[in-house]
Every structure is written in C-alpha cells, then in structure tokens.
Design a protein around this ligand. Structure first.
Ligand code: SF4
Ligand code: SF4
Length: 194
C-alpha cells in the first residue's frame, strides 16, 4: 500500500518544473497543479459509507458506456437500461447531458447495507467522486464538506506535505524524476477506469 508520505513525495515531484519543457513527457499529458492534487487526494480517499452522496447527490451523471455496463451487469439490454435508469437533463448553461433518472436516493442505493447494488458497474461519476468530478474545471481542490472521506483525505495529504516540507524536502529539479512522477499519476487515473 502506498503511504501518504510516498504520495506527497510524488505530488511534489509531479508539480515541480511545471511549465518547463525539459520535464514534459510526450507520452503523458502534463496536468495542472490542482489536478495532481486532486489525484493525490483521490488516492488517499477512503469512503466512510455514510451514504450522503448516494442519497442526496443530483444529478448523477452518466456516460453512454456507463449505461452499457449497467445493462451488462443487470443482464438486460442497453436500450432497456437507458429507458429504466437514464434521462436527458439540461445544465444551467443549456447543455444536454445524460444522468440517472432516479436520485435522492439513487435507485441503486441499498439502505440496509449502506452500499451500492451495482458497485462493480457503478458509473464513472461515482468512481471519481469526490475529488475528480470537477476534474479540469477549477484551479483549486474542492473539499466536499458533506463527505467525511473527502475531509479526511485532504487532511491526511496536508499533514504529509507539511511534514515533508518541515524535513527540508522541496521537490526536484531532475526532469526524469518529474516525468516518472507524472506517469505515476497518469497510471493512477487509468486504474479508475472500469
Ligand atoms: S459522502 Fe463520501 S464518505 Fe459518504 S458515502 Fe459518499 S463518498 Fe463515501
Ligand atoms: S450508482 Fe451506486 S455509487 Fe453511484 S450514486 Fe447510485 S448507489 Fe451511489
């Protein structure tokens, strides 16, 4: 298991030399500082199973792939899954998007076990909650105050970073180390995919 200290070291390395072409990796896109922080937080995140997100979250966005995966999981056709569980919604900016039809609570939330009935097939938006749902849209990491796991992950990462800085570690000026760290975060993102 990767420790908070190891994640904090990788984070400091990945965010060193941002904007310096010597550290760029043609195989891995360079993300923003906030994005590396989001991935680091996500790696430290442990769900407390309070159920808040599954019972109050709205909308719960879906991708077409999510509907197909849910259909496979439930052994029904994608068109049936689409009809039963998905609905087109319109964002505040007038953009159409696909989302779960039933929320507050989500149709797949199991109150008795406080868990997801389709956990292995849960949508992408549920996999990346609470840190990566805003991925790429803001320049700061958002702490979801209604999510105890979110608060704890940010606290753990902050403590590990403070400890590192107090020990004198300030990141790296070695482009190879920076590229390795960015690849490491890229791999972590890929592992979230079903
Ligand atoms: S709100 Fe956070 S801690 Fe609670 S169930 Fe959702 S992800 Fe887990
Ligand atoms: S699909 Fe599962 S994880 Fe996602 S909101 Fe519904 S119950 Fe929660």
């Amino acid at each position: 298991m990767t420790t908070p200290r190891e994640i904090a070291i990788k984070l400091m390395e990945a965010t060193s030399m941002l904007g310096d072409p010597r550290a760029e990796d043609p195989l891995v896109p360079t993300l923003s500082e906030a994005d590396y922080y989001r991935i680091a937080c996500h790696m430290l995140f442990v769900c407390k199973r309070c159920g808040t997100c599954c019972t109050t979250g709205d909308p719960i966005k879906l991708r077409e792939d999510d509907v197909r995966r849910i259909a496979r999981h439930l052994r029904i056709t994608p068109s049936r899954a689409m009809k039963r569980y998905a609905a087109r919604r319109v964002s505040e900016t007038g953009k159409s998007f696909l989302a779960m039809k039933h929320t507050r609570p989500c149709r797949f939330y199991d109150q008795s076990t406080k868990g997801c009935r389709i956990y292995e097939a849960r949508p992408w938006s549920c996999r990346i909650f609470p840190f990566l749902g805003i991925y790429g849209s803001e320049d700061a990491v958002k702490v979801h105050t209604s999510c105890p796991g979110s608060i704890e992950a940010v606290k753990t990462l902050t403590e590990a970073l403070i400890e590192l800085k107090e020990s004198g570690y300030m990141g790296t000026d070695d482009p190879d180390a920076v590229r390795r760290a960015r690849r490491w975060f890229d791999d972590a993102l890929l592992r979230l995919s079903p």
